[in-house]
Design a protein around this ligand. Structure first.
Ligand code: ATP
Ligand code: MG
Ligand code: MG
Ligand code: MG
Length: 462
């Protein structure tokens, strides 16, 4: 019977007949017999198959089986004599689907640097580390849906092409409808991009929030989970031009409800991943960052710290550490400040609330002091900001004033204002950067290594 390797490694019993399909990780030819490790992506560990010289076409088969070759092996499971594995496969037949020339196949048994692996993005998923990353990424996504579905949130699909820039959160990519046969030309012969989207202007979404608010005003609790785009030319280890965001939006909810949800949400995801991917998480702890398991334990078992922006500034002013960027009430926190608070001062995630209104988006609920807004950022050790959210401004007149102050044309967002005209309610939501979550969970240092196809400004790594 055809079986996934993870099931065999976990539950396979001696004398069971099985067939596995996968890619060869290593081959050891010991004259008279050979060990072949096969991996099908289902688990970190590979299954060891033993090929004996008595097999039909033994020599010819062995020649074809090199690292990277794709194979199907049928045989019987037997207890393994070797260390590190419980069971192995005594091969009876081997079929090679495609060989891989050892002279040119770029993956070897040795450890490759992540920089090198980025140059072979189409093959890097066959390594232990990237395999573990993408299994954990999948588990995080599953946990996210599970969390919201169990709580009755509706998964809504917000558009990728949109006419609003949400908040000017980042630089926008514009969408242009180019008819290649009639490319509009300007006088200097360059392409005229002002044609844009069927005569109007459109962008790739930087956040699904505003549209999620539309849906929350009918379904109460919703979430959107999809790709977002920011043309930011920042070559950092935590920014991509294309990344995934999870954005819940809750009607009849305030900032405290929002913080409670964000905290329960992160705890749930960590618990789920520890339960479903224990081998992968152990691997990260051993090979990538030896605080990964302690961090997971910390997230699950401790309450996050909650402080206001004003308190955060006071703490940063008291710090003996010197920062590159100034600390001053009214300026945004930089990643070094965020990391100091989470990593060094509180040693756990910190939720910072009530930021000055001039550094936050127009839609955030203004506090009675008229100086701060009900914003919240969740800061994670080693990463900094992982979640940004807020209670939204539900009062029409205040929202209109804020838009005016930020030079936002109300005609562009007439539908958004309508939500305040007809049945407005206090509501709140947040955005979690999905790749930053995966980084946080795995200890991976560079965001380009936690997404299968990273889209980022060209850099030395590409
Ligand atoms: P930062 O300050 O790190 O640039 P931001 O405040 O611009 O983030 P938000 O607009 O609040 O980001 O977006 C919500 C979340 O999306 C962030 O908390 C972060 O986790 C994630 N995020 C934002 N920009 C990027 C990006 N370019 N690449 C990957 N994730 C991102
Ligand atoms: Mg940003
Ligand atoms: Mg920020
Ligand atoms: Mg933010």
């Amino acid at each position: 019977m055809k079986r996934r390797i993870i099931e065999i490694l976990r539950n396979g019993q001696p004398d069971e007949s099985v067939t596995v399909q996968g890619w060869v990780r290593t081959k050891r030819d010991l004259k008279g017999f050979a060990f072949v490790e096969v991996n099908d992506g289902s688990s970190l560990a590979s299954l060891q198959a033993v090929l004996k010289a008595e097999m039909p076409d033994y020599e010819a088969t062995l020649k074809q089986i090199n690292t990277g070759a794709s194979v199907e092996i049928s045989g019987v499971l037997v207890p393994s004599q070797g260390k590190g594995q419980r069971i192995e496969l005594q091969a009876e037949t081997v079929k090679v689907f495609g060989d891989a020339d050892p002279e040119t196949y770029p993956l070897q048994k040795k450890r490759h640097s992540f920089e090198f692996l980025r140059t072979i993005g189409h093959l890097r998923s066959r390594t232990n580390s990237l395999g573990a990353v993408f299994r954990v990424r999948n588990a995080c996504a599953t946990a996210i849906h599970q969390f919201f579905q169990e709580r009755g949130f509706l998964w809504v699909h917000t558009p990728v092409i949109t006419r609003n820039d949400c908040e000017g959160a980042g630089e926008l990519f514009t969408v242009t409808s180019l008819d290649l046969k009639k490319i509009p030309q300007t006088d200097n012969g360059k392409i005229d991009y002002s044609q844009d989207f069927f005569g109007g202007q459109a962008f790739l979404t930087v956040s699904g929030q505003l549209e999620a608010e539309v849906m929350a005003m009918a379904f109460s609790n919703v979430y959107t989970f999809g790709p977002t785009f920011r043309a930011e030319n920042s070559n950092t280890s935590r920014h991509l031009a294309e990344f995934w965001m999870v954005e819940p939006e809750m009607a009849f909810c305030d900032l405290v409800g929002n913080m409670d949800l964000a905290e329960a949400f992160l705890k749930h995801i960590f618990k789920y991943v520890l339960e479903t991917c224990p081998e992968d998480m152990d691997f990260f702890n051993q090979r990538i960052d030896n605080s990964v398991l302690a961090t997971a334990d910390n997230i699950i078992n401790n309450q996050f710290e909650r402080i206001t922006y004003t308190e955060a500034i006071a703490q940063l002013e008291k710090a003996t550490k010197t920062f590159d960027y100034p600390v001053e009430w009214g300026l945004d926190l930089q990643s070094e400040h965020e990391r100091y608070l989470a990593e060094e001062l509180f040693k756990k995630p910190v939720i910072v609330t009530d930021y000055p209104k001039q550094i936050k988006a127009f839609y955030m609920r203004v506090n009675d002091d008229d100086k701060t807004v009900r914003a919240m950022d969740v800061l994670a050790p080693k990463i900094g900001e992982i979640i940004g959210g807020s209670q939204r401004e539900e009062r029409l007149e205040v929202l209109e004033k804020r838009m005016q102050a930020q030079d936002i044309n109300p005609d562009d967002l007439w539908w958004y204002l309508d939500l305040r005209r007809y049945g407005t309610v206090p509501h709140a939501g947040f955005g979690l950067g999905f790749e930053r979550l995966v980084q946080f969970m795995t200890g991976m240092g560079n965001i380009r290594d936690v997404i299968p196809f990273p889209r980022a400004p060209l850099s030395a790594e590409f």
